[in-house]
Design a binder for this molecule. Structure first.
Ligand SMILES: NC(=O)c1ccc[n+]([C@@H]2O[C@H](COP(=O)([O-])OP(=O)(O)OC[C@H]3O[C@@H](n4cnc5c(N)ncnc54)[C@H](OP(=O)(O)O)[C@@H]3O)[C@@H](O)[C@H]2O)c1
Length: 209
């Protein structure tokens, strides 16, 4: 599958690495493809194309948003029309000091993205764990880490599959409005990691009898 990753930072690099291992074709959408700062990424993922947001998005079936929340609207607009595409929104609408979210309860970043990405099937996923745990994470314990997926559309199965390929138990939580639960869940992960001494080597999982 052709996957365009918009934003080549921590999350974008980890997801690109993970999906390359699964045989997908990765292109990165960035603001300045010639920037020398991408040399490390070019060495890590030599097969990946680094180009503009528009070029990456128009050539891909799946667009994954990995930008800081404040830059996400501009990034989506730079992609051009996303009608008919699958969009996976991995962003979290963090306040600048990462002590909370800048929206919630009656909307979410995921729903906001759906308003900008007119005609796309938008899913919230890959926002609930640290970037370092997104590429085939291995944990002690009886189960795989869980990754919840919110959003509706006939291609949800493909999104659940892409998430599972990274090493997660992918769980369908329903429509995109459930991003209102998944973004605070990410906030809990950040709170535990940054302020409560858990570090970043953990993820949430489901235990069943
Ligand atoms: N880090 C985590 O552990 C984690 C986990 C889950 C979810 N998230 C969420 O995922 C998103 C990305 O986080 P991150 O840690 O990967 O951030 P990051 O390392 O700062 O990377 C974000 C990247 O997006 C780029 N960018 C900004 N505006 C852009 C635009 N208009 N077009 C293309 N690229 C653009 C930035 O480029 P410049 O460097 O040139 O500004 C940067 O390379 C955030 O919303 C975050 O809340 C993060």
């Amino acid at each position: 599958m052709k996957i365009a990753i918009i934003g080549a930072g921590n999350v974008g690099t980890s997801l690109g690495s993970g999906w390359t291992k699964s045989g997908h074709t990765i292109s990165y959408g960035v603001r300045n493809p010639q920037d020398a700062k991408f040399s490390e990424l070019r060495t890590l993922l030599p097969e990946a194309v680094i180009t503009t947001n528009a070029a990456a998005a128009q050539d891909a079936e799946v667009i994954v948003l990995c930008t800081p929340w404040g830059g996400t609207e501009a990034a989506v607009r730079d992609c051009g029309s996303l009608a008919g595409k699958i969009v996976i929104d991995a962003t979290n609408p963090l306040k600048a000091d990462i002590t909370g979210l800048s929206c919630g309860f009656d909307t979410s970043a995921g729903e906001q993205v759906a308003q900008w990405a007119v005609g796309a099937q938008v899913f919230k996923a890959m926002n609930q764990v640290g970037a370092s745990q997104m590429d085939h994470p291995v944990f002690k314990g009886p189960s795989k880490p869980v990754m919840f997926v919110a959003g509706e559309g006939d291609r949800k199965g493909k999104v659940l599959q892409l998430v599972a390929e990274l090493g997660f138990e992918s769980i369908d939580v329903g429509g995109l409005e459930y991003a209102r639960l998944l973004e605070p869940l990410a906030m809990l992960w950040i709170h535990l990691a940054v302020f409560k001494g858990q570090g970043s080597d953990f993820a949430f999982g489901l235990l069943r009898k």
